[in-house]
Design a protein around this ligand. Structure first.
Ligand code: GLY
Length: 373
């Protein structure tokens, strides 16, 4: 399987996303041309470091590149002011210069944190994303959203800072648990639902073999997802319009994540899948799309063995009004009005404020009622 490239044409911030097998071991050859001196700083977390750091360092050393590493605790709490302070102070103590490159080796937490640290360290150094989760490969490593969580919520402090290169090594996906793989798949299937119905058709056929481990299918799914993300980011880098489409299912997801305390009761990608099913149900009830579309979405998620309905979330959930109120905290609120990503069909999402809260409440209430029957 050859390495494929998706180019993200953002003018003087353009970069390549390289997708294929064995990229960690080839990292030195991929990165060397970017470096004024053969030395990099690697930010990672302990679980990822145990699985992949030696391979990455050997890949760098093969091209004569030395490295220093800071490994932080795994988990969302690292994406915090404390984590940011540690990362930036460490980069400064390592005397990382303006022309040097920081490597983010990890999932979305490390990518967002290392990206933000790179955005502000010496007023901006370049960074390379080496995403190790499916979710990070298809979403968070591409597009330049970086940041941390605060007491007030997730991703509320950050910067747009595009990476200079993304290395998506398909082999690292082998080390994911089936649950983590499927959570990442929630973001993959989102692309089919929001903008490319033939990709959704393809996933219906190929999704199960991909989840079972077929690497050529995994590489193709990552390539198509990254290409779609690139197309949208290039149209609307700072989310003034179309980029919000990437948040299909996310308004519901963010409310459900808050309601479950950002715990492992619900992983982000699982919430995205449930949120997409809810968004299609609300779209159908609002007359935007046919009733067959939400049924088809749910059928595919269920075939993949994914969480699909509110009933699939373990433990207590608040009532529909409380969930609606949590949805009101969404970043897409403008002048107090919530905007939704709805769909006219599978592959045709659009942004609208014209959604009846009554319909949303009813869909949520029915989903919650199904938990007790
Ligand atoms: N994850 C959504 C975005 O990058 O815009």
């Amino acid at each position: 399987m050859s390495i494929q490239t998706v180019h993200v044409p953002l003018g003087d911030r353009a970069y390549d996303v390289r997708i294929g097998r064995g990229l960690l071991a080839k990292a030195g050859a991929e990165i060397a041309r970017m470096l004024p001196r053969p030395h990099v700083a690697i930010l990672t977390e302990d679980r990822v470091a145990a699985a992949h750091l030696d391979t990455l360092k050997a890949g760098l050393e093969a091209a004569g590149i030395t490295s220093a590493t800071l490994s932080l605790a795994p988990g969302e709490t690292t994406k915090s002011w404390d984590g940011l302070t540690r990362a930036v102070e460490w980069l400064l103590s390592e005397r990382i210069e303006r022309q040097d490159v920081v490597i983010a080796l990890g999932g979305g937490v490390i990518g967002d944190l290392a990206g933000f640290a790179s955005a502000i360290m010496r007023r901006g150094v370049r960074f390379v994303q080496v995403p190790t989760s499916l979710l990070a490969q298809v979403d968070s490593s591409v597009g330049g959203k970086t940041g941390i969580n605060t007491l007030h919520g997730k991703n509320l402090v950050g910067a747009f800072h595009q990476p200079s290169l993304v290395l998506a090594d398909i082999d690292v996906l082998d080390t994911l648990s089936p649950r983590d793989f499927l959570a990442g798949y929630g973001e993959v299937v989102k692309y089919g639902m929001l903008g490319k119905s033939d990709f959704f058709d393809w996933l219906e056929i190929n999704g199960p073999a991909m989840a079972a481990g077929d690497k050529a299918l995994r590489a193709e799914a990552v390539r198509v997802s990254v290409q779609m993300k690139s197309d949208i980011v290039v149209r609307d880098e700072t989310e003034q319009g179309d980029r919000a489409l990437l948040n299909l299912g996310h308004t519901f997801c963010h409310a459900l994540e808050a309601a479950t305390g950002y715990s492992d009761r619900l992983l982000h990608g699982e919430g995205v899948a449930i949120g997409c099913a809810l968004a299609f149900e609300v779209s159908a009830r609002s007359g935007f799309c046919s009733q067959e579309d939400p049924s088809r979405v749910r059928a595919h998620l269920k075939t993949m063995g994914m969480k699909t309905d509110l009933a699939d979330i373990p433990g207590d959930l608040p009532d529909a009004d409380a969930l609606l109120s949590l949805m009101g905290q969404d970043k897409k609120v403008i002048a107090g009005q919530l905007r939704f990503i709805m769909a006219r069909a599978i592959g045709e999402a659009f942004v609208t404020a014209d959604v009846s809260p009554e319909i949303v409440r009813k869909v949520l209430a029915e989903g919650l009622a199904a938990r007790t029957t």
